[in-house]
Design a protein around this ligand. Structure first.
Ligand SMILES: [Zn+2]
Length: 148
């Protein structure tokens, strides 16, 4: 077992960071290190910041509300919400295609979509996203819908 440690430089903040890999042969570990040092140019902090910026921009575009909680909770919850929202909109697209193909009443479909999206607009607690990140789509949205 050979360990390779690549020392990479962040193109955004200039900070150095390490990437570690284990390979069966020394030559494989060394060639990975050379590759990694050429290709990894974003440190974990800048990667996280970039993810947060994307999540924030997407949330604004989708008209999702500001979240409440500590700054750390909000940043974490925004990344979770981004993932859930992406899954949800993909699911919505598949449902739309199915509805169109099967001759479903598209006005009824639009009303159902509006109802689902409205539920997202009512979830403002960062904690709710953090606690329910794994069952948000399967269970939690139903709870919110029923509570109306
Ligand atoms: Zn950086």
């Amino acid at each position: 077992m050979a360990r390779g440690i690549a020392t990479c430089t962040c193109a955004t903040c200039g900070k150095q960071f390490e990437k570690i890999v284990f390979r069966s042969k020394r030559s494989e570990a060394d060639s990975w290190v050379a590759w990694a040092e050429r290709n990894y140019d974003q440190c974990p902090d800048c990667w996280k910041a970039a993810q947060e910026a994307v999540a924030k921009a997407e949330a604004e575009k989708a008209g999702l509300p500001e979240l409440t909680g500590s700054p750390k909770q909000i940043a974490w919850a925004e990344r979770i919400r981004h993932r859930i929202w992406t899954d949800y909109t993909e699911y919505e697209d598949r449902c739309r295609q199915f509805a169109e193909q099967t001759g479903y009443d598209m006005e009824v479909f639009a009303a159902e979509v509006a109802k689902c999206r409205e539920v997202f607009s009512r979830i403002t607690s960062a904690k709710d996203y953090i606690v329910h990140q794994d069952d948000m789509l399967s269970k939690f949205l139903d709870t919110y819908m029923e509570s109306k």
